[in-house]
Design a protein around this ligand. Structure first.
Ligand SMILES: Cc1ncc(COP(=O)(O)O)c(C=O)c1O
Length: 401
């Protein structure tokens, strides 16, 4: 059999910067929860593009929306309006229960937008003295890769050699409401947190944390900004991870799955009192809210409005967690998460997360390590119980081999 994988891996290694350490699989095709490599091997995708593929690869409705839009108009820039823009902003705002939406492209851009809007709100509405705004964030956070965002990362790999850093951020332990309360003062404009920390290893905060953040922010006139880029849009079994505690943040930051695994689409959603601080020329993006992005994202919002992806994540996710739970003490030291999202700690005496993901790959399951011996499982929400069984059986084999 011809080996197409080896030369393809070598070419990528030779010609790209090594800012990732991908598994040596070269994907040529994909459908639903499955991908096929250049040598015809099939794998169950248990990463789903870091949750960008919540609805599966090439979801027929999303691909159809993209195809239809490709035949009409793909890009206008924000200098002009187009017929997908108003409907997209309207429909996403309603999904979020907010007045206004500002579309961007990548997650990091949406987080940057949230930071800029929070600061501007602080100066224009809250009355913070110019240049003094502070934003409180959690340690272990992952909000993206821009210079400002890595300024408040606690991950040395994400930060090292990228200084000087943007000031104005205070870092407190994740899940610690007392520390959060102590960090807020009259200069604080926002608390920016992930409702569940994805890159940190699917860390679920203590029950009542998000409710406590909400109460603190309301009480101290600070914006609660929820980065739902990875946790939102069905992954946890709810539209937003904040829904689990019935908490509504002042600003949702969305990305990844909003683009349906087809195009990058991100956005922030907030009230008029918050997003209304922006005036023409003060922020923007050439590609943000483009016709193709809006058409696909409208189809994503329509899917979420059916409630089906959320229901599947809840039901099949319960099965995933039940099955993973049986492996604790049998190679796993801990399992965390919610819905179709799990962070699993592999006994470090057995192997690293990287080794586990390589061995899973050899058994037809693609998953990615996060830190050390932690592996994240986040299959597309179209995955079946039987496919979950296949993945967990493969994991059990890896742990006992
Ligand atoms: C919670 C969270 N915020 C922001 C980002 C950054 O998104 P992007 O890679 O699209 O810039 C990520 C990406 O993993 C994320 O998980």
């Amino acid at each position: 059999m011809t080996d197409r994988t080896t030369p393809a891996v070598a070419e990528a290694e030779r010609w790209t910067a090594h800012n990732y350490h991908p598994l040596p699989v070269v994907i040529a095709e994909a459908e639903g929860a499955w991908v096929t490599d250049v040598d015809g091997r099939r794998y169950l995708d248990c990463l789903a593009g870091y949750s960008a593929l919540n609805f599966g690869h090439r979801h027929p409705g999303l691909v159809a929306a993209a195809r239809e839009q490709l035949d009409r108009v793909t890009l206008t820039s924000r200098a002009f309006l187009h017929d997908q823009f108003g409907p997209f902003c309207h429909e996403l705002a309603e999904l979020c229960g907010k007045d206004l939406v500002l579309p961007m492209n990548t997650g990091a851009e949406a987080v940057e937008t949230a930071i800029k809007v929070s600061r501007k709100w602080g100066y224009k509405v809250k009355g913070v003295p110019d240049g003094r705004a502070t934003i409180v964030v959690a340690d272990g956070n992952f909000h993206g890769r821009t210079t400002t965002i890595v300024s408040f990362s606690t991950d040395p790999d994400a930060r090292a050699d990228y200084g000087p850093f943007t000031p104005g951020f205070r870092i407190v332990p994740y899940g610690d409401l007392d520390a959060l309360a102590a960090a807020i003062d009259e200069t604080t404009v926002a608390v920016l947190v992930e409702p569940i920390q994805g890159e940190a290893g699917v860390l679920v905060p203590p029950a009542g944390y998000l409710t406590g953040v909400r109460a603190l922010c309301t009480g101290r006139n600070v914006l609660f900004v929820a980065d739902e880029i990875q946790s939102g849009l069905g992954r946890t079994g709810d539209t937003f991870a904040c829904d689990d505690e019935g908490v509504v943040p002042d600003m949702y930051v969305l990305g990844k799955a909003l683009g349906g695994g087809v195009v990058p689409v991100s956005a922030v959603a907030a009230s008029r009192g918050v997003l209304g601080v922006l005036r023409p020329g003060e922020h923007g993006s050439t590609f943000g809210g483009n016709p193709l992005a809006c058409a696909v994202a409208r189809a994503v919002v329509a899917l979420l409005n059916t409630g089906e992806p959320q229901a599947r994540a809840k039901e099949v996710g319960a099965h995933l967690h039940a099955r993973l739970g049986t492996l604790v003490g049998k190679g796993l030291t801990a399992v965390r998460g919610r819905g179709l999202w799990a962070g699993i700690d592999i006994d470090p005496a057995l192997m690293t997360g990287r080794e586990a993901s390589e061995r899973l790959m050899a058994r037809g399951v693609l998953a990615k390590d996060t830190h050390g011996s932690t592996l994240r499982l986040a299959p597309p929400l179209v995955v079946t119980r039987e496919e979950i069984d296949l993945a967990v059986d493969a994991l059990a084999e890896v742990l006992s081999s």
